[in-house]
Design a binder for this molecule. Sequence first.
Ligand SMILES: [Zn+2]
Ligand SMILES: [Zn+2]
Length: 252
Amino acid sequence: MSSGFEIAFLGTGGGRFATITQKRRTAGIRIIGEGLNLHLDPGPGALVHSINEGLDPQKLNAVFVSHCHPDHYTDAEVLIEAMTRGTTKKQMPEQRIEALPNMNFQIGDVNVLVTEARHTDPDAVGFRFETPEFGDFAYTSDTEYFEGISKYYEGVRLLLLCVMRPAGKPWKGHMTTNDAIKIVEATHPEKTVLTHLGMQMIFKGPNQEAKLIEEKTGVPTVAATDGMLINFEETIRVQTGRKTEQGLNKYF
Ligand SMILES: [Zn+2]
Ligand SMILES: [Zn+2]
């Protein structure tokens, strides 16, 4: 019986203005569980905030980059260097995978399904993590709403949506609260988390947008905050606040 997965939101900001002002951090998401220590979308600050949160980047066994925009990849290189122990232990990562929609690969016991995203970077993808014991969670990455997007996320227990814009403020290649409602209505996960929040979203109030989604869909929805931690096991528990060591320490 494994102890499940911990999903640490090292950063919850998205888009160029949130990035250059660091109104929200842009450090991406760390996912840790049995056989898995993964950094997802390491934007600017990923290295520094990993270390500040007590998450040693030398313990990583995977770095995922959903697409080639600075808020998703700038710290990837240095995290890969940490993962390979400054290339002293191993010269190169053991495996390099070019993620294409609908492809599957395995990390530890987790099957990763690459999901389709439609974004200004045509190579953008999302990821669905299929765990043997606790079901699935998924991350959409930057995408606009499109016919058929929901089928990639059917049956997930936890859905992490990159909702850059608030309701009524559409922007090509990105998701608004209205789009999030459509996906949550179609997939009905146990819990939804909004992250990768853009400047307009931050000023509008992400909690209010999360509440709107929850009211429309009946699905418990939270807006992620920097340092937030989710325990994904039989239950899905959200811990906010800075100190996450208690949960994370068992991996070190
Ligand atoms: Zn982005
Ligand atoms: Zn992008």
